[in-house]
Design a protein around this ligand. Sequence first.
Ligand code: AR6
Length: 166
Amino acid sequence: MIDIVHADITCLTVDAIVNAANSSLRGGGGVDGAIHRAAGPELARAATKLAPCPTGDAVITPGFRLTASFVIHAVGPVWRGGARGEAALLRRAYERSFALAAGGDDIASIAFPAISTGIYGYPKRDAAEIALEVMRANEGRFDRIVACLFDEESARIYRELSGARE
Ligand code: AR6
């Protein structure tokens, strides 16, 4: 089941939340900053041990003070006009996140933000199409997949693209 929710991802009750991180895994602005603040300083200590994480890849750490048991730190591409492999890299960031979640930590529910669509500037609708496609491909492997949108426009785009299914 894919749920589209308009919420702060740090408040969700799911087994794992995905972070829109950068390669250093040290934390940053946007959703990354919110997740690090909510999880506490242990998160940066654990994540930086796994750095650098290349664009299009992901790593997994505990969730520390978060309700979620795990954080999957995915590094999406910076948007540079679309001819620099951005779509393939964004798709891979989602796929790698799902692969880690399916990899043996008993993760049945997972929530994603709209990776790359904030500070990294990826066009929201194009990114949403990729995100929903990869989510649908993984639907059977999880009890619940949450697309967690923070801004109203992204929530509307996801609802439109998923039509009457959700
Ligand atoms: N919960 C859910 N979504 C959120 C939240 C939240 N609490 N806060 C923001 N968003 P961004 P990026 C949405 O900029 O584009 C950081 O500095 C936001 O509205 O967080 O992948 C990293 O360290 C947008 O739709 O991530 C990297 O350097 C989406 O999350 C860089 O930003 C992604 O926006 C990554 O940029």
